[in-house]
Design a protein around this ligand. Structure first.
Ligand SMILES: [Zn+2]
Length: 241
């Protein structure tokens, strides 16, 4: 809200309904993968069991979440088991479906997302550790420390150019966007590098819950530059259609 463009546009701060998205990817040889985890009915029914205390819930508003389709029913409906979950970052609204995902399914996160004390955000430390601790395999993308196209490392996940993990730090240190080359054209899943259409269009990064706003802005502008170079890319933003 402190960005000069926000002030110039006369936007004001208020509660705004958001969507919590999960994406299902089907690779013809490797099977099914998820990007982020949706929302678990078990989590929503008993958030305290997963470490949500009153303070966290004041921000999370679990009582207001309207569950359209829970993660368990989506996963059950797939013809073959999920092979892995690609996380954009470790915020609650992106890992709240983990209780519905079998414990042996590997989770993948971005570089530096977990610090030496596992997770640095003390506010949600207990919650995030509780959700992660049920899962045996937590892998970090092996992102090189180069500066490729303005990005801090890119990984060709399957080695065939079909899905790319792109390190876009700022919102969190390990924030990761995914570029998926589908039969209907490329799709960019930005994660929370940008929450809204307005933020994307104006190059204004999210404010609330963002660890490093300047780094987030740089990452957002690098993604926008990628789309400018390849205008056929469809964009899926963090929390808004
Ligand atoms: Zn989010």
């Amino acid at each position: 809200m402190k960005d000069p463009q926000v002030k110039a546009a006369g936007l004001h701060d208020c509660l705004e309904p958001i969507h919590i998205f999960m994406y299902v990817l089907h690779h013809p040889d490797r099977g099914y993968f998820l990007v982020d985890s949706g929302v678990s009915r078990a989590f929503l029914g008993h958030p305290q069991r997963y470490g949500v205390n009153a303070l966290v819930d004041m921000e999370l508003h679990t009582e207001r979440i309207q569950l359209r389709q829970d993660t368990a029913s989506i996963v059950r409906g797939l013809p073959t088991p999920v092979q892995g979950v690609f996380l954009t970052h470790l915020h609650v609204d992106h890992i709240s479906g983990l209780p519905d995902i079998p414990a042996n399914v590997p989770l993948y996160i971005g570089k530096n997302e977990i610090g030496p004390k596992r997770f640095l955000n003390l506010f949600t430390l207990n919650l995030i550790n509780t959700l992660l601790d049920q899962h045996a395999n937590l892998e970090t993308w092996p992102l090189p420390d180069d500066n490729n196209g303005g990005f801090h490392g890119i990984v060709d996940i399957f080695g065939d150019g079909s899905v790319w993990a792109i390190h876009v730090p700022g919102h969190t240190p390990g924030s990761t966007a995914y570029l998926v080359r589908t039969p209907n054209g490329p799709v960019l899943l930005t994660g929370d590098v940008s929450h809204t259409r307005w933020g994307w269009d104006h190059g204004v990064p999210p404010g609330a819950f963002t660890a490093n706003i300047d780094a987030n802005r740089e990452s957002l502008l690098a993604l926008k530059a990628l789309v400018n170079r390849h205008p056929e890319i469809k964009i899926r933003l963090g929390h808004q259609y």
